[in-house]
Ligand binder design. Structure first.
Ligand code: CO8
Length: 259
């Protein structure tokens, strides 16, 4: 891993970057310092052609236990507004490359919201995920009432946000809140394996698929279909389209350049 700060990162030769939240003494509670470091780490990867897929993880006890309540307890509404901490989550969500959240242990409040700002979730069976904000007198503020509802539907989201009760990895996967469910000890390996598969794909196609799914989900169907169609057409301008189809016809493995 590249440094010893609150966020560790490594860019592997196979195009997979692994980013690790590193505040274990506080179950990776998201204070301002860790959010800023996370945003800088992702921003630096946005334009790096050597990064084709990113895995975001924590440790075996926690992905992240939410916003740092020891910082929040001292804050008023104006202070919270002035933080503009949405910019940090937006930097993660705006990553052009696909991002996989690998969840072991707790992903609570802002921690689950951070995972939902990613594109795929690999979750351990024993994970505990939830939106417990109501128990400390507030509510989700970065996607817990919005991205969660889009992922699991109104009735599951209402129950999670109104009771604050966490659910297990098994329940989360059954609800549609994860792409893959694996034994706890296999979460990071499974996420990296998935990332390696995606990193071997043509990167422009991967990025346009990501954009089409995310932007299309909040657009009317006609507009979303037009966005999809334009992106599909644009990919015919890439060298990787010629390489992919030629490799198929020549019965060999494609070598995608990203051009
Ligand atoms: N903030 C600060 N410190 C925390 C947090 C937190 N969210 N969670 C855990 N810690 C600390 C504990 O204080 C403790 O440190 P210490 O021993 O120094 O007091 C250490 O981590 C270990 O925690 P526990 O002893 O509590 O560990 P347990 O295994 O007993 O329990 C739990 C684990 C169940 C996860 C428990 O720690 C817990 O309930 N944590 C709080 C979870 C929570 O309420 N999260 C939501 C916070 S609000 C929020 O996220 C709003 C987001 C809004 C969006 C903002 C982004 C833009």
């Amino acid at each position: 891993m590249a440094n010893d700060g609150l966020v560790l990162s490594e860019i592997r030769a196979d195009g997979v970057a692994v980013v690790r939240l590193n505040r274990p003494e506080a179950l990776n509670a998201l204070n301002m310092a860790i959010r800023e470091e996370l945003a800088h780490t992702f921003a630096a990867m946005h334009d790096n052609p050597d990064v084709r897929c990113i895995v975001l993880t924590g440790n075996e006890k926690a992905f992240a236990a939410g916003a740092d309540l020891k910082e929040f307890v001292k804050e008023g509404a104006v202070g919270i507004m002035r933080r503009r901490s949405e910019r940090h989550w937006n930097t993660v969500a705006a990553t052009p490359q696909p991002v996989i959240a690998a969840i072991n242990g707790y992903a609570m409040g802002g921690g689950l919201e951070l995972a939902m700002a990613c594109d795929l979730i690999v979750i351990g069976e024993g994970a505990q995920v939830g939106q417990p904000e109501i128990k400390v007198g507030i509510m989700p503020g970065a996607g817990g009432t919005q991205r969660l509802t889009r992922a699991v539907g109104k009735y599951n989201a209402m129950k999670m946000c109104l009771t604050g009760k966490p659910i297990s990895g098994v329940e989360a996967h059954a609800m549609g809140l994860a792409s893959e469910l694996v034994p706890d000890a296999e979460v990071l390996d499974a996420a990296i394996k998935l990332a390696v598969t995606i990193a071997r794909m043509p990167p422009l196609a991967a990025q346009m698929i990501k954009e089409s799914i995310i932007q299309g989900a909040s657009a009317p169907l006609d507009a979303a279909m037009a966005l999809e169609r334009r992106s599909f057409q644009m990919l015919f301008a890439t060298e990787d389209k010629t390489e992919g189809m030629t490799a198929f016809i020549e019965k060999r493995r494609a070598d995608f350049s990203g051009e």
